[in-house]
Each structure stands twice: as C-alpha cells, then as structure tokens.
Design a protein around this ligand. Structure first.
Ligand SMILES: [Zn+2]
Ligand SMILES: [Zn+2]
Length: 239
C-alpha cells in the first residue's frame, strides 16, 4: 500500500502557512521525499520526523525545490550530535555543482547524481526519472510499488514525452503554474491551466491533484479553469 502525503503545494513563492510543492511517499518503513522547497520541513514534522527520512529527491536546482534541503542537512547534523539512531541523509538530484556542494556534509549527508537511466530502489519503492521541458535540467519522477504508480511532473512545459511516461498512472501530481489569460506557460517552462488540463486528459490518470500552484490566487480559481482538484497540504492519498 503506497501512501502519498502532500507536504506543500505552491510554486515559486509561498502564501501564509503554505509550503512549496513536495510529496512524501511511504510504503511501510520505506520512505522518500520528492522536492524540499520553502516550508516543507515544518509540514513534514507534523506527520513524520526528519530522522525517519533517509532519501530525498531534488528534481532540479531551482530554490523553490531545494531551499529546505539546505536546512535538512542541519537537522540531520543536530540528530547526529544528539546521538540519535539516524543514518546519513542521501540527496538524489541532477548533476549540479551548487547542489553537490551545499547538500554534502561529511558523516551527515551525501549527494547522488540521477539521470534518465537511473533506477533508484528504496526498499520496495522503485523510482525512475524523465527530463522535463524547463530552464534547467529537471526530472519528473515516477514511483512504483506493488503495481501502483504515482507520477510527479515537477516543473515542465506541455510535453508529449511526459504524457507517454505518465500514461495510466494511479496518481498524477501535475504542475499548474499560471492562468490561461497569461498565455502559454511554455514561455517560462511551465503549463497554464488549459495546457495542464489537456496534459492530464491525455495521461488518463486515475487520480489527479494539481501542484506548483500560484501563491497569489485562491485555488478555486485554478480548479474552475482547469477542471481538476488542487492538492492540499498534509492531505494523504492511499493507493
Ligand atoms: Zn518550481
Ligand atoms: Zn523550476
């Protein structure tokens, strides 16, 4: 049984009490967090101690996807100093010099580079990665366990390739960054509400939640325009 907990829903900046897009995926004691931007750790501590997290995927080197990862390194350092029973924290992300430098701390945390050929097995969880269309190297993530799958688009413009990879997934977490009145999101490496709706329809995903949402809008405006439900922080989805 796979449990997905939404740890944050905003893209770019955050609204009061919110966090940047992030998910915790669990199957019994196997756990992984995907993306760790602003506010994510504070939400995580409401549902699971960071001490229980050994693997974090950073989809790309934009700070709304990794800023709290810098703080997570201190979290693990403090737990080590307190002599708690914790493992080193392993970050998995693109080949980026800033991430590699800042997320590595001896006897505390390490950094492992992913690419499209990487198959990451975390206990029963199998993760694979797919390049998105974005300003920097960015990976969408598919996580599979016991025949169930969740697909997280991360940041991307409309992409036929990602539609193919996400096809038939049990849960699609799809970015939806701007309203359609602002034109195609492809100018800024994202999807507008209309592109997002078209993307989701093509994937035929069983369940859908919108993520990477603008912090300056009420989510009902997005839902009305896109026709799909926005994720809520701390919402749990069982697959
Ligand atoms: Zn972003
Ligand atoms: Zn980005």
């Amino acid at each position: 049984m796979m449990k997905v907990t939404i740890l944050g829903t905003n893209g770019g900046y955050v609204s009061a009490g919110e966090a940047n897009s992030s998910i915790l995926i669990e199957n019994n004691d196997d756990r992984v967090i995907i993306d760790m931007g602003s506010g994510v750790l504070s939400n995580l501590e409401r549902v699971c101690s960071l001490d229980k997290i050994n693997n974090v995927v950073i989809t790309h080197a934009h700070s709304d996807h990794f800023s709290d990862a810098l703080v997570a390194v201190y979290g693990r350092l403090i737990s080590k100093q307190l002599k708690r029973e914790v493992q080193d924290l392993v970050f998995h992300g693109p080949d980026d010099s800033l991430l590699k430098e800042k997320l590595k701390l001896e006897n505390v945390s390490s950094y492992s580079v992913i690419d499209e050929d990487t198959v990451l097995n975390i206990g029963s969880l199998k993760l694979t990665f797919y390049k998105t269309i974005h300003g920097v190297t960015c990976y969408a993530v598919k996580c599979e366990v016991d025949g169930k799958s969740v697909f997280y688009t991360s940041d991307t413009s409309y992409s036929e390739k990602l539609i193919k990879e996400a096809k038939g997934c049990d849960l699609l977490l799809c970015e939806c960054s701007i309203l359609k009145k602002y034109g195609s999101g492809s100018r800024i490496g994202h999807m507008n509400t209309a592109e997002c709706a078209a993307f989701i329809k093509e994937t035929k995903a069983s369940k859908v939640r919108l993520v990477h949402l603008p912090c300056y809008l009420h989510y009902s405006i997005i839902e009305n325009e896109c026709g799909y439900e926005c994720a809520k922080s701390l919402e749990e989805i069982i697959l």
